[in-house]
Design a protein around this ligand. Structure first.
Ligand code: CP
Ligand code: NVA
Length: 312
């Protein structure tokens, strides 16, 4: 990683940087499970969580992570900051750099986090933007390693190929040599700029990335079936159009998973819109669904990432 360790897209991390975070996740999760929930790695550090959008998992994971490592988390909704009255991002970045040691920001436009990072002297972690959700992809791949072991596998991402979660999975998996099939309707493919990064990464790592229109083809030899909501935050105005495009073909339901290998694992970043992108029987299937492990793993990733980014 470069000197100021921003995590904006995962493209800035090398495969070995990502694998080192994964190793740290395994170590910290094992300790956590054994009841060792206090460390002093980040004693005396302060973390700002600057959020423009709602969050349950990411916010709580980073707050608990910071506190458990000896750091102090400060949550700030952008609507309550002077940002809401027009204070500029570069000015806010300079102030934050003098008050805290790291910022986790959830923003509407990806350009906001780029500006925040370029004007800050402290590390900035992307807690979700319209284009990327890097901490989620780290969580997803950690969960995959935990469930199936560290081997080459294939992920079938069904639905909105332009979702932040899909973009980050494409970047993370293509760095690590993992295969991804994205099954999405016309007009909802991953952004060209992300596909071109994934292609570039795949040439080095040997992963295979395919964009398909048939979810059945994608799940047929998939180890993991992944779905995100069809209407991400900020896209509510397209709700009717999106539901017409995605339903019923791209819903992950019993009929679709019957086409998958018997040992497939279902994943969802959450929150889910039950009955839209996934049915209850798939999401609540104790034999196949990893969604609750995934949500717990956000904490272990947050702890691993904070120690990596802020570690002395
Ligand atoms: N998966 C995820 O990022 O959830 P939150 O929106 O609750 O943080
Ligand atoms: N794609 C979703 C992810 C939520 C965690 C969204 O941006 O709303």
């Amino acid at each position: 990683m470069k000197e100021k360790r921003d995590v904006l897209t995962l493209q800035e991390m090398s495969p070995s940087d990502i694998l080192a975070v994964m190793d740290k996740c395994f170590e910290l999760k094992d300790e956590w499970r054994r009841g060792l929930r206090r460390r002093s790695d980040l004693e005396g550090k302060y973390l700002c969580l600057l959020f423009e959008k709602p969050s349950t998992r990411t916010r709580l994971a980073f707050e608990v992570a910071a506190a458990s490592l000896g750091a102090y988390p400060v949550y700030a909704s952008s609507s309550e900051l002077q940002l809401a009255r027009g204070e500029a991002i570069p000015d806010t970045a300079k102030v934050l750099s003098r008050l805290v040691d790291c910022v986790v920001a959830r923003v509407k436009a990806h350009s906001t986090i780029e500006e925040l990072a370029s004007c800050s002297s402290i590390p900035v972690i992307n807690g979700l933007s319209d284009l990327h959700h890097p901490t989620q992809a780290l969580t997803d791949v950690f969960t995959m390693f935990e469930v199936k072991g560290k081997k080459k596998f294939k992920v079938a991402f069904i639905g909105d190929g332009g979702a932040n979660t899909c973009h980050s999975l494409l970047i993370c998996c293509s760095k690590l040599g993992l295969d991804v099939d994205v099954a999405c309707p016309q007009g909802f493919r991953p952004k060209a700029e992300v596909l071109s990064l994934a292609d570039e990464n795949s040439k080095k790592s040997g992963s295979q990335i395919r964009i398909l229109e048939d979810p059945t083809q994608a799940v047929r030899d998939a180890d993991f079936i992944y779905v995100d909501v069809f209407v991400s935050m900020g896209f509510e105005g397209e709700r009717e159009l999106r539901l017409r495009k995605f339903l019923p073909k791209f819903q992950v339901n019993k009929r679709l998973v019957e086409e998958a290998p018997e040992d497939y694992v279902f994943m969802h970043c959450l929150p889910a819109r039950r009955g839209e992108e996934v049915t209850d029987d798939v999401m609540d299937d104790p034999e196949h669904s990893a969604v609750w492990v995934q949500s717990e793993n956000k904490l272990h990733v947050a702890r691993a990432l904070l120690t990596t980014v802020l570690g002395r």
